[in-house]
Write a protein that binds this ligand. Structure first.
Ligand SMILES: [Zn+2]
Length: 196
């Protein structure tokens, strides 16, 4: 995990904020391509994606959500966000306890059990609904230098990885719901979106 620690130490919340594509943008419906080059450009993208995710704020962000159809997502299920009022009386957010994780070319296996959890998505703002996922999974993935790893996950980490991995398959969490709920929430989201 040396590379992640390096990234964390270099991480100053000084990345570039990327545009988050919202449902039903075509890039969210595409199956993403494998990452083949582990270069500086990839490092910058990961850092900018983390910056964008923390600022949103969200706990996970997949490359297709920022318009890049490649098999990569970033995640942090541990950070804390504290609301503070600055000297000018404006509300600011202080983020602490970062634990950024980067998954490149992930492959999910050993999906077992069942868990229901209320999910949301930065590409479908304002919509929260319970989704059924596997309780435990194993994920094989590459880190930012292309080295291979494998971890067993449960609870929120497992749920979040399944949600983000769906984005690489062109699936938004609305599509994991019953047809009735899916139609209802999609209609509501698109109607609200028009108003914004
Ligand atoms: Zn999402």
């Amino acid at each position: 995990m040396k590379n992640l620690t390096e990234l964390l130490e270099n991480y100053t919340l000084e990345g570039e904020e990327l545009k988050i594509f919202e449902f039903p943008a075509p890039v969210l419906k595409k199956k993403a391509e494998p990452v083949t080059e582990f270069n500086e450009e990839l490092q910058k993208l990961c850092k900018d994606m983390l910056y964008t995710m923390y600022n949103a704020p969200g706990i996970g962000l997949a490359a297709p959500q920022v318009g890049k159809s490649i098999r990569l997502f970033v995640m942090d299920i541990d950070f804390d966000r504290e609301e503070i009022t600055n000297a000018d009386g404006e509300v600011e957010y202080r983020l602490t306890n970062f634990n950024p994780q980067i998954f490149i070319n992930p492959v999910l296996k050993n999906l077992e059990g069942e868990i229901l959890y209320e999910e949301g998505c930065l590409s479908v703002p304002g919509v929260y609904e319970e989704v059924k996922r596997a309780q435990t999974i194993t994920v094989d993935y590459q880190d930012i230098n292309g080295e291979s790893h494998s971890i067993d996950c449960d609870e929120l980490l497992s749920i979040c990885i399944q949600h983000e991995n769906d984005h690489l398959e062109g699936i938004v969490f609305l599509e994991r719901l019953s047809m009735l709920k899916r139609n209802l929430l999609t209609k509501k989201f698109l109607k609200n979106k028009k108003k914004r």
